[in-house]
Design a protein around this ligand. Structure first.
Ligand SMILES: C[S@@+](CC[C@H](N)C(=O)[O-])C[C@H]1O[C@@H](n2cnc3c(N)ncnc32)[C@H](O)[C@@H]1O
Length: 229
């Protein structure tokens, strides 16, 4: 991807079978002219996250490593899947940014250092909604499915509290997920969701809309351009 080679371990979300990783890179200003070009655009990429980044659900680590290559000085890459944590560490080492990318196994925020704050908190999420009682059978399935949106609820609730002053919480979601359900959960926990980027792609027979949602406390609502309904 992006003109670079990456390790991909079994059981880890595979960017080669989904456009989502390329779209995430594009949304964050880390891709080339289009998400899948061969032109790397990492060093000093305009619009890319600066300062510190917490990536929840790092998978292979492509986004976390790209952010470090683009100039993020401190990247924490968390994933619930141990294979993804190893995969992220391998790709950080492969691209010489192990000193700036810390990969850790964590269910969302539960293994972060207390008091750690970030300029950007980002999650390209497992946005397919399953019934609340459903139990994913494999870690790979957890890359796609969130029963009852329980993890999304915890993310919306907890992520804004991890921001450094002026920081942003960004959630990559799609029309394969249940946007109204997500919005109801956001309302319940006092969060506002605004679309800051969107793009439509063909996935098999379907046109799928991907969106980058900014999550803010509902009271901060004044300056937001567009609200998800
Ligand atoms: C759609 S994949 C995105 C992977 C990677 N960021 C990419 O763009 O290729 C979602 C990721 O979230 C992780 N994940 C799911 N639930 C999680 C949780 N509760 N805490 C941390 N990571 C989680 C999955 O293991 C998976 O790696």
């Amino acid at each position: 991807m992006c003109g670079l080679e990456w390790d991909l371990l079994p059981e880890v979300f595979a960017p080669i079978y989904s456009p989502a990783t390329g779209i995430a890179l594009d949304f964050l200003g880390l891709a080339g002219d289009s998400a899948q070009t061969d032109t790397p655009r990492f060093p000093g990429a305009p619009g890319a996250p600066r300062g510190s980044l917490l990536e929840i659900g790092s998978g292979t680590g492509v986004v976390a490593v790209a952010a470090a290559l683009a100039g993020c000085g401190r990247v924490v890459a968390a994933d619930i899947n141990p294979a993804a944590v190893l995969n992220t560490s391998m790709n950080a080492a492969r691209h010489g940014v192990s000193g700036r990318v810390r990969a850790l196994r964590s269910d969302l925020f539960d293994r972060l250092d207390p008091g750690e704050r970030f300029d950007t908190v980002f999650w390209s999420s497992n946005y397919v909604l399953a019934p609340a009682e459903y139990r994913p059978r494999t870690m790979h399935e957890r890359a796609y499915v969130d029963p009852g949106y329980a993890a999304h609820g915890r993310f919306l609730e907890g992520a804004p509290g991890l921001l450094a002053p002026g920081g942003r919480v960004l959630l990559h979601f799609s029309s394969r997920g249940d946007v109204p359900a997500l919005r109801r959960i956001a309302d319940r926990c006092g969060r506002r969701l605004d679309v800051v980027r969107r793009t439509a792609v063909r996935e098999g027979e379907h046109e799928v809309e991907h969106m980058l949602l900014e999550v803010t406390p509902a009271a901060d609502s004044a300056r937001r351009p567009e609200v998800v309904r």
